[in-house]
Design a protein around this ligand. Structure first.
Ligand code: GRF
Length: 202
């Protein structure tokens, strides 16, 4: 499967997806990294790794108009799936219509708890004993689609939002490649999956 990754910043989850894609049994490849922020640090990493990139600031542009340009890039790259990795923009209903059922996102909370921003601060304020991360299918509502997979992370005495974010990020990097691999192969029959394993082995 051909995956385009959308980022807005650091791109550590994009990097986790990319490096996992180079393992021998991975069912997806990263064919494009696109950003709505031309200064996103993750773009430099993608370029250094020879992954095609596309960057365009959304400023001064309508949501549907901007997403149509992203859509054109995804099609040109031959992408089958879209993985959001720290992409800090809501997608337009038009875009969701086109890519519906083929978009996933990673979110730093145990959804359905704490949609939106500042998840770790909110979890600490609520006195949660465990936090975590979720990969979910993307729908028109923010952080709302069906949850595909999660990892729980224990809250330690003395944890701050920053220490929690750092530890949850480690879990995110484990979770996202596995969840994406499962997502892109979910329709494959067990025989077809086995066929792919044989193909690699020979
Ligand atoms: C991650 O915590 C992700 O869960 C959230 O935004 C952050 C992005 O980090 N959606 P990075 O750009 O992948 O390093």
């Amino acid at each position: 499967a051909r995956v385009a990754v959308l980022i807005s910043g650091r791109g550590s989850n994009m990097a986790a997806l990319l490096y996992a894609s180079r393992l021998p049994d991975c069912p997806y490849e990263v064919v494009l990294v696109a950003s709505n922020d031309p200064d996103a640090a993750g773009l430099a990493l993608a370029k250094a790794e020879r992954v095609p990139t596309f960057a365009l600031s959304h400023k001064g542009m309508g949501r549907a108009e901007f997403d149509a340009l992203i859509d054109a890039q995804l099609r040109a790259a031959g992408a089958d799936y879209v993985a959001l990795a720290g992409y800090m923009r809501l997608l337009s209903p038009e875009f969701i219509d086109k890519w519906g059922g083929r978009i996933v996102n990673i979110h730093p909370s145990l959804l359905p708890r704490y949609k939106g921003l500042d998840t770790h601060t909110r979890a600490l304020e609520a006195g949660d004993r465990t936090v975590g991360c979720s990969v979910h299918e993307v729908t028109a509502e923010l952080d709302d689609g069906p949850v595909l997979d999660q990892i729980e992370v224990a809250v330690l005495p003395g944890d701050t939002a920053e220490t929690l974010a750092a530890r949850v990020l480690i879990a995110e990097h484990q979770l996202y490649p596995r969840a994406l691999a499962n997502f892109v192969t979910r329709d494959r029959t067990p025989e077809a999956k086995l066929g792919r394993v044989r193909e690699i082995a020979t």
